[in-house]
Write a protein that binds this ligand. Structure first.
Ligand code: MD3
Ligand code: FE
Length: 202
């Protein structure tokens, strides 16, 4: 049996098909205001395979200068659109956090995109959990310990799954090894959307 690291809560199928469809409509509205773009790696400027955008008062960005949170879209310069109400409600229901999410990172994976093992540590407050929602094609997700090189475990994330990363898992190394093409009909053009809701500062 698969044992998840402490502090990880995986809720398979938390969102039913109608809720997933509504959420995709909300995200399409955000993306019309704040288009997906391809971030670059710090220093090298090598493009990531994942395309990204954000909603919320702060958004996570990466370019040659480094990783950071900022209040505007790096290409258009416009403020990020607000977090859709149904995502704010999901955050309140599942995290037990009284403060609203400040940032919602929207990651889009085409079938060849991946995300290498990394820690999320660009926030100045790690006390709140991170809430992740998967939509569209399934992926192979991997999570390890708080130090690089510790053993990792892999599991599939499917459309409608929610993961809450709190406590000890908040600083765990994690990544996305692969997307499984044609495993969902939610997105007409295939691929996977992941949403992460976060607090950035206290
Ligand atoms: C474990 N996203 O945006 S979501 C990221 O599927 C990110 O797009 C992946 O890693 C994705 O930073 C994974 C699940 C997740 C999110 C945040 C975490 C796992 C986490 C933070 C700490 C530990
Ligand atoms: Fe991450």
């Amino acid at each position: 049996m698969l044992v998840l690291p402490k502090g990880v809560r995986h809720i398979p199928g938390h969102l039913d098909r109608d809720e997933q469809t509504s959420l995709v409509e909300d995200i399409r509205a955000v993306v019309r205001q704040a288009p997906l773009y391809r971030p670059e790696m710090p220093r090298t400027g090598k493009p990531l395979s994942v395309r990204m955008t954000n909603c919320g008062t702060l958004g996570w960005v990466s370019d040659k200068a480094g990783y950071r949170y900022q209040d505007s879209h790096p290409v258009s310069g416009a403020p990020w659109p607000p977090v859709p109400n149904r995502l704010k409600a999901l955050w309140a229901d599942l995290t037990g956090e009284s403060r609203p999410p400040q940032a919602c990172l929207i990651n889009y994976y085409d079938v060849s995109a991946r995300m290498g093992l990394h820690q999320d540590r660009d926030e100045s407050d790690f006390s709140a959990p991170v809430l992740s929602v998967s939509l569209g094609d399934a992926c192979l997700f991997r999570i390890g310990g708080t130090e690089r090189g510790q053993p990792t475990r892999s599991f599939r994330l499917e459309s409608g799954d929610v993961v809450i990363l709190g406590g000890e898992s908040r600083l765990a190394f994690h990544g996305v090894d692969r997307i499984y093409p044609m495993t969902s009909t939610l997105l007409k053009d295939g691929g996977r959307i992941n949403l992460t809701l976060r607090r950035v500062d206290s």
